[in-house]
Design a protein around this ligand. Structure first.
Ligand code: 2P0
Length: 346
């Protein structure tokens, strides 16, 4: 019995303009557009291999070596959409094997320690969808495929592209125009670097999905953010990337991180992701920029206390040197102080 296989990787992406809020929970349709930088494939990524055969009796998934359920609503939605597209391919060429009717075996592994406290759902769903699309030889563009990854996890749609990526929120109720598009490839601005400061590897207090629901339902500041702040910022941030204007890119990135955490705090009950160490990192970066006389580093924080610091390669010594001095760390996966601050260069 033949077994057909395909493998792919998908990198972690870190939003510089944050996705926070859904207008449709089951389709993962956002209340605002977002932008991210997808880290290099060599650094933090999920590797997924898929196999299909007429002899397989059930869909199965192994995640980092452990069998996992494939029955979540989100995964089921992704598999259903992928099989529908494969059915169309098979209808056009009836000589093709009927993959759409066969079960899948999926093996997925992250090359970054779970202890890093990084959200892995974006890279995970992106790699899953990309690997099956490859196995099925789907002719659709990556932006089309991104709509399927979006159903797995909103931020996953952005990990289908390398480099600088926008997720256009769209306006259709069926989500047909809510997709990821490339703003610029990684090579466009190769001197851009990111360092991830792992402040805490603990599981986050409030999961993103429920946190977003609370914010949408209760925060007044959130309404201001999605109506008056993000639409202009979305345009401006794309321009700063295309113009390679680091100072402006950094300012928008830091402001958007602060805006996102402000709407979290404005939620009721409030959601707090940053801790005292996060606040120290924020202060440090502002102090560094003031001392440099220009903006040479930017911080951004997702749904947790860990910092991602963006800087240009030419400023690596000063940015990482200062972090090293303050937190006593060295680059690599090492605990560097009692607050478990870890520095990973990405
Ligand atoms: C982002 N985050 O843009 C924002 C910033 C967290 C803070 O996307 O419910 O895991 O699966 O669509 O994608 C985290 O949310 O949420 C997230 P779901 P997801 O990266």
């Amino acid at each position: 019995m033949s077994v057909y296989t395909a493998s792919t990787t998908a990198p972690v992406n870190i939003a510089t303009l944050k996705y926070w809020g859904k207008r449709d929970k089951s389709l993962n349709l956002p209340t605002n557009s977002s932008i991210s930088v997808t880290l290099s494939q060599d650094d933090l990524r999920t590797l997924t291999s898929v196999a299909t055969s007429s002899s397989f009796t059930e869909d199965q998934l192994w995640l980092n070596g452990t069998p996992e359920s494939l029955t979540s609503e989100r995964t089921v939605a992704c598999l259903k959409d992928l099989r529908a597209l494969r059915t169309a391919v098979e209808a056009r060429d009836t000589s093709l094997p009927k993959f759409s009717e066969w079960k899948l075996h999926i093996v997925s592994e992250n090359n970054f320690p779970t202890a890093a406290g990084l959200a892995s759902s974006a890279a995970g769903f992106s790699a899953l969808v990309k690997a099956i699309a490859k196995l099925y030889e789907l002719p659709e563009s990556m932006s089309e495929i991104s709509k399927i990854a979006r159903k797995g996890s909103g931020s996953a749609c952005r990990s289908l592209f390398g480099g600088y990526v926008a997720w256009e929120m769209g306006s259709e109720v069926d989500g047909s125009d809510s997709k990821a598009v490339e703003v610029a490839p990684l090579e466009h601005w190769p001197s851009m670097k990111a360092a991830i400061l792992v402040v805490s590897a603990d599981k986050k207090d409030t999961p993103s999905t429920s946190g977003m629901q609370t914010t949408v339902a209760t925060s007044d500041l959130f309404q201001h953010r999605i109506k008056n702040v993000v639409p202009t910022r979305f345009i401006e941030m794309k321009e700063t990337i295309l113009n390679k204007d680091f100072a402006k890119f950094a300012e928008l990135t830091m402001k958007d991180s602060n805006s996102f955490h402000a709407v979290c705090l404005d939620s009721y009950p409030p959601i707090k992701y940053l801790n005292d160490t996060s606040m120290k990192v924020i202060k440090l970066i502002h102090t560094l920029n003031a001392a440099a006389g220009e903006t040479i580093a930017a911080y951004t924080f997702d749904a947790g206390p860990n910092a991602v610091i963006y800087y240009l390669e030419e400023n690596e010594a000063v940015v990482l040197g200062l972090l090293h001095e303050l937190f006593g760390g060295v680059a690599g996966w090492e605990k560097v102080d009692k607050e478990q601050l870890t520095l990973l260069k990405a």
